[in-house]
Design a binder for this molecule. Sequence first.
Ligand SMILES: [Zn+2]
Length: 349
Amino acid sequence: MDETDGVAVVKPRIFEWHKTVWDSLIHRQDRLPHAILFHGPTGSGKKEFAEAFAMHLLCEAPSSNGEACGVCNGCNWFLQGHHPDFRKILPPAEMATDEDADVSKRSGLWISIEAIRELESFVQLTSHRSGRKVVFLPMADRLNVAAANALLKTLEEPPNNVVFVLVCEQLSRLLPTIRSRCQKVALPPPDREDALAWLSVEKTLDASVLDLAGGMPLQAIKYRQMPEYDHLNGVLDWLVNPLMQGKDPVRMAAEWSKINLSILHDWLSKWLYDLIMGCSGNIPRYFSSRHQDIFDLTAKLSLSGLITLSSSVAEDKRILNHPLNTKLVLENWLLGYYALIAKSQRSVS
Ligand SMILES: [Zn+2]
């Protein structure tokens, strides 16, 4: 969905592949828990689902299938981002605007205890519309420990008519005590056929980008819109044949050092994953369009060498958010990969 400064402007959608979950949830209205935790993989549409559910809770005239009407006062306030009975809690970095001068605000990745404490008066007061109040945490796995403990206190003594709607990618990132106080609802990703059908309606039909996104259609759209995506084929061409004249790793690292390092890390990690799969006789997961190239490479590659390189690249994930010399890190990855391929070529000649 579109957002402007964290304010919803378009009615959140419920995707086809989540309709069954939606229907079963709506039919249990009378047994609605005071805290509900939606979980599912990145880019599968779970935040949109949770937002649609929160809007439904505040809608004054939901339709027969439970969807918010989009026109009542409750819906209008919700869409404009100022429903008096709704609170959305995000990490500071997600709420900061580009103009925000406060650096700590722009870089705050974690929800602080202060943000949760501010909820206390909201949940204790009676609702403005004499209905429900909704607390929405679309990134619940970003609660820091103190904030999670503070939230736990509220969840232990739930005030009447308050529904907490939490969303997270991995349940393991939430305190077990928070998980146990929420009703957990898994939101599955679509199967490949449904995802492709949806992408074609969205005019982004491109099976290779869906594969790169691990089958997650919303992530696929995000990938396709990234300017970096235009470099993908060049990077893959090099990975298929890094021994090309005039394309040595140091030169390529210099050329690609302007591309976001996290994105290059993502591509390289997935490429190495596919090579490992290929070595074990499995079909590639992320780069199916390069199936033949992967097959040709893995015929000669050493599986143990691949695993070592892949682990070392995976380890570097933790340094990606730190200020560092992008070119040096990239050089290190490319040199490691070059050495692996060069060795495999020597062993066959
Ligand atoms: Zn409504």
